[in-house]
Design a protein around this ligand. Structure first.
Ligand code: NAP
Ligand code: MG
Length: 487
């Protein structure tokens, strides 16, 4: 690696300029695989700096919205090319900063490139319909107009893909943006912003302010000139943002937690089900909103499935995600690791049986990181906390059922409804699952954690504000419909 990413201080990007915060405060972003390694320092900004970024975005939007969609698209194509060229640098930074393995980080960066290209193309696609008027002398049509300034608040688990899947559609439809990334992955997010800068976007179109969520995120949420807020993160923070946005009449979009089930039917291809469960539950150390956390298995195949799952889990290689051959990285932070360990304790106290894992790794090579063994419980009942609450770590709760009907009702017995999978060869089981499952993403014979950028993404129940992101669905959020009547 030629790129120096150690000990570098990253600045805010406001009105086309990189600036230190007036607070004079910076915060170190640490490597969760080796906590004595500083990935970079980021600014602890003030509310006034968030306000300046909003003012810059508001001013820039006047000209940005007047460009042809294809002209805005040209900037996104450029940003995509730059991001693609920097894949290795950015992926390595992501692995150092939040721990996911390098192949996963490269995959996520490639997803960012594809998202930019997809939305660049949207600049040439239709944004309205002609509707026949009852007046034969009139022309009636709809047009889509930008919201104005969009506040983008993102989590640390996909520090490249989530900011891009929000910013790219916001920009292509003529909005300008202020990004407030999660502080825990703000260096990686800064590198994404550098791609937009290098692509030559007009000043003020993309702004970037780091700092605490309760200061900068709150400032964006409450600002009268922020017309839309798009948020991904936890339910507690999301609900507060939704309420504040509603109170002042701003448009908002919330993507929040999950407690995603996999159902394994007695007729499933068990090898496939085991493979997909491991991938869905443990990739990114279980820190995906779509990660598998409950595995509901029909009694006839329970023992067989369990034995295969445990054997495969025991073979998982754990370590620093930059190293070859490592499959599972650390939890992204100390706080995240403590949460995971506390849920493991809760699971034991609730009477679930620990089949494998359950511990923090502290032996040589692990002592400086936040490593937790991939963990599987059985004897889990649906009312247990480990079957109800989002853990956001490498923990599976195995639940045995006597029928698929029972399996479905347990699958639905949570407040969340993001993604869900079933493994079966039976078409009527598939169809009942598609029909009955209360989730925004239902997947058959595939892991719960797959997402394609050209399709709508989002949850039901408490997983989302019922809006959808990505694909064409993004247009719904990032524009307002104007109905035009011309006589
Ligand atoms: P989080 O703590 O809710 O933080 C998300 C973002 O909100 C961060 O940028 C955070 O800033 C900011 N924030 C915190 N308090 C705020 C406030 N009062 N006002 C405005 N913004 C505020 O979530 P996280 O721990 O980063 O991410 C994990 C969660 O994200 C999980 O629940 C996961 O399920 C969810 N997630 C959902 C999806 C989805 O699409 N449904 C995708 C990925 C993750 P700081 O943290 O920097 O202070
Ligand atoms: Mg957080």
């Amino acid at each position: 690696m030629t790129v120096e990413i150690k000990n570098k201080t990253y600045l805010n990007f406001i009105n086309g300029e990189w600036k230190e915060s007036e607070s004079g405060d910076i915060q170190a972003s640490l490597n969760p695989a080796a906590r004595d390694e500083i990935v970079g320092y980021v600014q602890m900004s003030t509310k006034e700096e968030a306000d300046k970024a909003v003012a810059a975005a508001k001013e820039a939007q006047k000209a940005w919205r007047k460009l042809a969609g294809s002209e805005r698209g040209a900037f996104l194509y450029k940003a995509a090319d730059i991001l693609e060229k920097k894949t290795n640098e950015i992926a390595e930074c992501m692995t150092r900063e939040m721990g996911k393995t390098l192949p996963e980080a490269k995959g996520e960066t490639a997803r960012g490139v594809a998202l930019l290209r997809y939305y660049a193309g949207e600049g040439m696609r239709k944004v309205g319909d002609v509707i026949p008027s009852t007046d034969s002398q009139a022309l009636m049509f709809t047009s889509r107009v930008p919201l104005g300034v969009v506040g983008v608040i993102t989590p640390w688990n996909f520090p490249v893909a989530i900011p891009i899947w929000k910013m790219a559609p916001a920009l292509i439809y003529g909005n300008t943006v202020v990004l407030k990334p999660a502080q825990e992955a703000a260096v990686t997010a800064a590198k994404v912003i550098e791609c937009f800068e290098e692509a030559g976007l007009p000043k003020g179109v993309v702004n970037f302010v780091t700092g605490s969520g309760s200061v900068i995120g709150q400032a964006l949420t409450d600002h009268p000139d922020v017309n839309g807020i798009t948020f991904t993160g936890s339910n507690s923070v999301g609900k507060g943002i939704g309420q504040a946005a509603l109170a002042r009449g701003a448009k908002y979009q919330l993507e929040m937690g999950g407690k995603n089930p996999v159902i394994v039917a007695a007729d499933a291809d068990l090898d496939l089900a085991v493979e997909a469960t491991i991938s869905g539950a443990f990739r990114s150390t279980g820190q995906k909103c779509t990660a598998t956390s409950r595995v509901i298995v029909e009694a006839e195949v329970f023992e067989d499935f369990k034995d295969r799952l445990v054997a495969k889990t025991k073979a998982i290689t754990i370590g620093n995600g930059l190293k070859d051959g490592i499959w599972l990285g650390p939890c992204a932070s100390e706080g995240q690791m403590k949460t995971v360990l506390s849920y493991i304790e809760i699971g034991k106290q609730e009477g679930a049986r620990l089949l494998t894992g359950g511990n923090q790794l502290t032996s040589e090579g692990y002592e400086k990181g936040y490593f937790v063994e991939p963990t599987i419980f059985d004897n889990v009942t649906s009312s247990m906390k480990i079957a109800q609450e989002e853990i956001f770590g490498p923990v599976i709760a195995l639940i045995q059922v006597n029928s698929l009907e029972d399996g479905l009702s347990i699958a639905n017995d949570v407040q969340y409804g993001l993604s869900a999978s079933i493994f079966t060869r039976n078409i009527s089981s598939m169809l009942s699952f598609i029909e009955e499952m209360e989730a925004g993403l239902v997947r058959i014979n595939a892991e719960s954690a797959g997402v394609e950028l050209q399709a709508p993404f989002g949850g039901m129940k408490q997983s989302s504000s019922h809006s959808r992101e990505q694909g064409e669905a993004a247009k719904e959020f990032f524009t307002s419909i104007k109905t035009v009547f011309v006589k």
